[in-house]
Design a protein around this ligand. Structure first.
Ligand SMILES: [Fe+2]
Length: 483
C-alpha cells in the first residue's frame, strides 16, 4: 500500500504546535557587543489547534521566548503563558471561549457573548524589573528570568466588553507606561492610565469619544496628547448575534473609519481628526509636536486587512482574499485649528511592527527598524509580516530603506533597538531580530549594527529548532541577571 504525504510548505512552520518548555544554550558566532548584557524577549503565539479545532495565529496561545545574553554567552528559554485559558483548553482539550477568528463550537453559546478569550499572545513588554505579556482582554505579569506567570495586572478591565490597548508605550519624559482601556458604547469611552514600573497608576484620564463601536490598537505619546487611531468599526448586531466570528463584525470604510484621536494629557475633550487616503492603521512609528502642529507617523494599509492567510491551509476561507493589501509608511501633520491632517509618504516599502530608539518616542526622530517582505518564499501572502524575509533600516529624512535579506526559506521577526551605552546619537547601537531558517531548522538571534543593517549580523546566536510565529519583541538591558 502506498501512503501519500503532503509535503509541508516552508511557510507552514508558523502553524506547528510548540508548547513545550525550552532551555537551550546557543552557539555564538561573531562578536557580541558588550552593550548587549540583557534579555531579548519575543511573543510567539503557538498551539494553532485546540482539540480538533485549528486556530488562527492571533488566537493561538502565547508563548514567551527569552534570549539571555551575559558574559559573551547566550541561552534561550521558552515558556507558555500560564493563563487560565491556556490551562483550561489544554486540559479540556476544546475551545472554551469565543475568539476573534473562531466561535465556540456550540452555535447558540456565542449569542450575546462578548466575554472573549484572552490567549495572551500579542506582545511582551519589559516593565521595570518585571515582564508583561499583553493582549486586548488583559495583561499578565511574568517573572523575567523563569518566565513563570505571576498573574493578571491590577489594571485589567473589569467592565463587560472592555479591552486594553495591547501596545503599552513608555513615555521617556516620565518613564511611565501609557496604557488605554476602551469601553465600547453608543459613544466609546477611553481611559488612559500612566502606570509606573511598580504597577501603580500615577495618572488617569477619561475621555468620551464622539462615536461608538470603534476599534483601536496602538497608542502614541506627545508632550500634550495621547494619540490613538481607529482601524475599524464593530457591527454590534453581527457581534451579538454570534453567527460569525468577531472579525466578521468588523467594518472598514475608507472614508469614515480612518481617524486619529488626540486626547489632551491635561484632560478635556478628544480632538477627532479624519485621516485622508483611505488607509487602515494598526501601529504608529512615532508622534511628536513641532511648530504648533502634531505629527503622527504610522504604517498604513491600502484597504481592509483580515489576516485570512494566518490559519492552516486546510481551514482557509475560500471566500476571503489571502493577500494582505500593500502597506507603506505615512506622516500625518495635524493642524489643530482646522482639525485636519495632511498626509505625506515616508517610505513606500511594505513593513510592520515598527521599532524606534526608545528615548525618541514623542520627539522628532529620523530612523526606524522593522522587517520588510524581501525575497519571495512559498508563502501565500507576501504582505503579511509573519512571512517577511528581510530586516530594514528606514531613514525618514532621506526617505530610503536599507535592507538585509535572509533568503527565501528564512523568516525575520520584528526588531529591537539597543542603544550603545553613553551615546545619544540616534542610530548608534544594535538591532536584534530572530531569523528562523526552515531549510536548516534553526533559529538565530541576529545582532546587527543599527547603522549598517545591509552588512548582515555582526553576531549570530543560534539554536536548533524553530520557534514559530513571532508577534512583538523587546530588549531589556540588565534583565536576566539571575539564572
Ligand atoms: Fe501590535
Amino acid at each position: 500500500m502506498r501512503v501519500a504525504f503532503r509535503t509541508m510548505a516552508d511557510h507552514e512552520f508558523i502553524f506547528e504546535r510548540r508548547t513545550e518548555d525550552l532551555d537551550l544554550a546557543l552557539t555564538v558566532e561573531g562578536t557580541l557587543p558588550a552593550s548587549l548584557a540583557g534579555t531579548f524577549y519575543a511573543m510567539a503565539p503557538t498551539g494553532c489547534r485546540v482539540g480538533s479545532t485549528p486556530l488562527h495565529v492571533f488566537d493561538a496561545h502565547g508563548r514567551v521566548i527569552a534570549v539571555r545574553i551575559a558574559d559573551g554567552q547566550a541561552s534561550l528559554r521558552a515558556r507558555m503563558v500560564q493563563s487560565p485559558l491556556w490551562e483550561a483548553e489544554r486540559d479540556a482539550p476544546a475551545i472554551v471561549k469565543r475568539r476573534l477568528f473562531v466561535n465556540k463550537p456550540s452555535r447558540w453559546s456565542n449569542l450575546f457573548d462578548v466575554d472573549l478569550a484572552n490567549p495572551v499572545s500579542h506582545n511582551v513588554v519589559p516593565w521595570g524589573k518585571d515582564l508583561v505579556a499583553a493582549n486586548d482582554p488583559g495583561f499578565f505579569r511574568l517573572d523575567p528570568v523563569t518566565l513563570e506567570t505571576r498573574g493578571p495586572t491590577t489594571f485589567n478591565p473589569t467592565t463587560k466588553g472592555a479591552t486594553l490597548g495591547p501596545m503599552p508605550r513608555v513615555d521617556p519624559a516620565t518613564g511611565h507606561h501609557v496604557v488605554f482601556e476602551h469601553r465600547p458604547g453608543r459613544r466609546d469611552t477611553l481611559i488612559v492610565r500612566e502606570v509606573d514600573d511598580a504597577f501603580a497608576t500615577v495618572v488617569e484620564r477619561t475621555y468620551k469619544l464622539d462615536r461608538g463601536g470603534a476599534s483601536f490598537h496602538d497608542v502614541a505619546i506627545t508632550e500634550h496628547y495621547y494619540l490613538v487611531m481607529q482601524f475599524g468599526t464593530v457591527s454590534l448586531p453581527t457581534l451579538l448575534w454570534g453567527g460569525k466570528p468577531v472579525i466578521d463584525a468588523l467594518r472598514f470604510d475608507p472614508v469614515a473609519t480612518p481617524r486619529l484621536y488626540l486626547l489632551p494629557r491635561a484632560g478635556g475633550a478628544p480632538i477627532a481628526v479624519p485621516l485622508p487616503g483611505g488607509r487602515l492603521h494598526f501601529h504608529f512609528w512615532n508622534a511628536y509636536e513641532a511648530d504648533g502642529k502634531v505629527v503622527a507617523d504610522a504604517i498604513g494599509y491600502a484597504g481592509r486587512v483580515d489576516f485570512a492567510s494566518l490559519v492552516p491551509p486546510s481551514v482557509r476561507d475560500p471566500r476571503k482574499a489571502l493577500a494582505t493589501p500593500a502597506s507603506s509608511s505615512w506622516r500625518y501633520t495635524i493642524d489643530l485649528a482646522t482639525r485636519t491632517a495632511q498626509a505625506t509618504a515616508l517610505t513606500d516599502v511594505a513593513t510592520e511592527t515598527p521599532e524606534i530608539r526608545a528615548d525618541r518616542r514623542g520627539r522628532a526622530y529620523q530612523f526606524g527598524w522593522a522587517p520588510v517582505p524581501g525575497v519571495a518564499g512559498d508563502e501565500p501572502d507576501r504582505g503579511n509580516a509573519a512571512w517577511y524575509h528581510a530586516l530594514a533600516r528606514h531613514d525618514f529624512a532621506a526617505r530610503t530603506v536599507q535592507t538585509w535579506d535572509a533568503g527565501p526559506r528564512a523568516y525575520v521577526s520584528p526588531a529591537a533597538f539597543v542603544p550603545r551605552p553613553g551615546s545619544t546619537v540616534e542610530d548608534d547601537g544594535h538591532v536584534l531580530a530572530l531569523v528562523q531558517d526552515v531549510g536548516t531548522r534553526t533559529a538565530t538571534l541576529g545582532v546587527f549594527d543599527a547603522r549598517d543593517v545591509a552588512a548582515g549580523p555582526v553576531a549570530r546566536l543560534t539554536g536548533a529548532g524553530l520557534l514559530g510565529a513571532i508577534n512583538h519583541v523587546a530588549f531589556a538591558i540588565g534583565h536576566g541577571a539571575r539564572s
